[in-house]
Design a binder for this molecule. Sequence first.
Ligand code: NDP
Length: 353
Amino acid sequence: LDPPFLVKPAQRYLPEVLCKNSHPVPENFRVEEVRKSPELKDGQVLVRTLYLSVDPYMRCRMNDDTGADYLLPWRLDECVDGGGVGIVEASKNQALSVGTIVTSFNWHWQTYDVMDGSLLQKVDAEMVDGHLSYALGAVGMPGLTALLGVREKGHVTAGAHQTMVISGAAGACGSVAGQIARLDGCERVVGICGSDQKCQTLVTESGFTAGINYRNGDISSALREQCPRGIDIYFDNVGGPISDAVISQMNPSGHVILCGQISQYNKDVPYPPPLSEDTQEALHRNNITRERFIVLNYMEKFEEGLMQLSHWVKMGQIKVLETVVNGIENMGEAFCSMMTGGNVGKQVVKISD
Ligand code: NDP
């Protein structure tokens, strides 16, 4: 075996001052070489990592208190973990033969690992249209977040001429959510994201009605122009001033899908972060629902959801956007890049062929 590499956070990341912006940097991580005995106990497998995922929720795991009871903080002396896909290279588990492709939400950021087979789920290459990295994106947790977010909290009604706005629209969840909104019958799907190039991709590749670059001046007037009949549904990935602008143009009895608030993740605020008085008032006055959505609360719907996403991807009804970086040494770089908009679609890191 080649020597496995183990990535550890060199330090935990804590805000210096309450509510002061504090951005993670690649130097928050270090790479360490370790040697692992390839000897396996019963039930264990040796896996070689193929792809690792970097996700916004990981920012919370860099805080001493993650703010969520289902998320544990990363520890300085422990290997970082998150979503991963790999291949079984040696096995003492009857259900997982050599060559099986497997995935887990708690995959160590490590080139090889010895894992208990009970922690792994099999990946059917056909389900992901031959693209194993899709198991971390459009046919994985972010795809499920988009699908279940829209279906559980969006109240989309085909033929009702609804307009949905999506923030963080060019990212892993947002780009899929917009396509599902169209498939489920929204008349207009408007995406807000951080570059003209991303806006163009959303319209030309992902079938959005329009894209709005929030770095390009006044979002409110752009929203008025692109949503002439107001906004019925808002898939919120970012929070902050972008969401204030969207909510202020929502129609009565509209619905906010409270998926994430990435614009606030580098601040020392609770989740969900408090709203401005004006936004709170607009929600109340217009009878707009804004319920917290957590994909992990819908595990019983995952299998069916993955089948649906797989079908759409294979039929070409959902176009998958992905940004791939190579090499375990670039995990920190990829994470920080994703947190600042360096990705189009799902950001993954390819670890081996
Ligand atoms: P993305 O692929 O969307 O990547 C994050 C994106 O956020 C960046 O590409 C960047 O795009 C945008 N962004 C970063 N900072 C800001 C900012 N200050 N203002 C506006 N946009 C910003 O990540 P995911 O699709 O994985 O996650 C999207 C959201 O969904 C996150 O909030 C995440 O926490 C949430 N989520 C929630 C889940 C749930 O169960 N509720 C499950 C999974 C994700 P840009 O160029 O547009 O700025």
